[in-house]
Design a protein around this ligand. Sequence first.
Ligand SMILES: Cc1cc2nc3c(=O)[nH]c(=O)nc-3n(C[C@H](O)[C@H](O)[C@H](O)COP(=O)(O)OP(=O)(O)OC[C@H]3O[C@@H](n4cnc5c(N)ncnc54)[C@H](O)[C@@H]3O)c2cc1C
Length: 452
Amino acid sequence: MSNPPSIIVVGGNAAGPAAAAKAKRVNPTANVTLIEATDYISTGSCELPYVLSGVIDSYQKIVFYNSETFQSEKGVNVLTKHLVESINRKEKTISVRNLVTNQLFFLPYTKLILATGSVSNKIEKINYHCENVFTFKTVYDLITIQNYIQEKKSKVVSIVGSGFIGLELSEAFRNLGLHVILIEKENLIFPSAEIEISSITKQILVDNNIDIYTGIKSPNFFYEENKIRKIKIDSRLIETDILITATGFVPNVSLALQSKLDIGTTGAIKVNSKLQTSDSNIFAVGDAVETINPINNQPINIQLASAAQKMGHIAGENAAGGNVYFKNYIKNISLKVFDNYSASVGLTLKELQNERILFKTVQASTPNLVKVMPGSSSVFGMIHFEKHSKRILGSSFFGGKEVSGYADLVVSFILLKTPINELVNITYNYTPALSSLINLLSILGRKSENIK
Ligand SMILES: Cc1cc2nc3c(=O)[nH]c(=O)nc-3n(C[C@H](O)[C@H](O)[C@H](O)COP(=O)(O)OP(=O)(O)OC[C@H]3O[C@@H](n4cnc5c(N)ncnc54)[C@H](O)[C@@H]3O)c2cc1C
């Protein structure tokens, strides 16, 4: 009888645990090992801003498993505080460093899954060793920031970068009562969003007393002792207690580079639709990989927990002998902005302008509930569609919680290649406390009919 296969998963946050648990479920005889460099596995990164703001009262609530519970419930061996340093593809072994004892050892694998994720992008001229300078990606970052604020009784926080994380941090710090300064190099905050949504978001932030500086290409930072105390923005000198940079995440491809796996044009690990890398015994998943966007068949690096989890399941199943595919994943990304929500699906206007697709755009605002109902407010929607076929290419919404439903529906329309004019033929639910009589999607569908 042959030995049971050994499946090793590197990286234990979102994609890794999903892959490891799935591999063990598909092949219960396999030896599955999950290796994670930090103290924690299976944490809720998306919930980090809510722990910071106090909406969730303890970071422990977002550590969903520890080594013991994952091992006993999923049957997976877990090594935390272990760093995988290299892969020997010829021998099919990895070298692992125990970060507590510093001991180096080797483990053989039958299949390897890389779930090494992404790391915070850093601004070159900032000294991240300063005690008041942080990034925001991990539970460790959260705890360090929380302890610092508490200990130093910080009152002013400056955030560089107004993308998803910068906006979530702005809200969280406002809820904690800190004065927030938001610095953005582009001319509008939330630069990945449609211009209309960036503008509404800006107004909401201003209404919540957040100081916004846009078009700031190169702020200067002034150091005092081991801190950044002042930031020069154009001719203004701003004092700050804390500086957080939220300028995106970079795929962590160091192991893939070391072992000479193919890297794609987005800088992430290239995989096929079974999530195999250029070495068929090595799979890769999550923030670290480049897949294909089914809307335009172009490479895409999706950094979303929902994609990481899905990819983890697929690679886990395939590593354990299955034959399943990661395909038709349409990017569907959402954000809370104080009492409002933004949701965006597929391609945005800026992305489409780089494509060789002839497209048209419709947009509308309408009450989300019948106007006379208490709590009724405006919801904005925009849809881009291919001129010739009328298939939907992307859409964005901003309003109340209803935007989630719109975005999910549009994902289905994109996958089914539903022409935009068909949106008028759908029977939408209606009751005054839940919806408006004429649905926003129906309005957008009708508008598309008048566009030549
Ligand atoms: C503040 C915040 C809010 C977010 N909000 C949302 C949201 O609302 N919705 C959404 O869909 N997504 C959200 N995301 C994105 C989501 O968290 C990521 O897409 C997801 O965590 C990616 O999972 P991953 O496992 O691929 O990578 P990661 O979460 O980056 O995990 C990779 C893990 O691998 C470990 N590792 C790396 N190299 C090695 C090595 N050599 N040896 C051992 N271990 C290693 C790392 O320590 C890390 O724990 C948010 C992210 C952040 C930071």
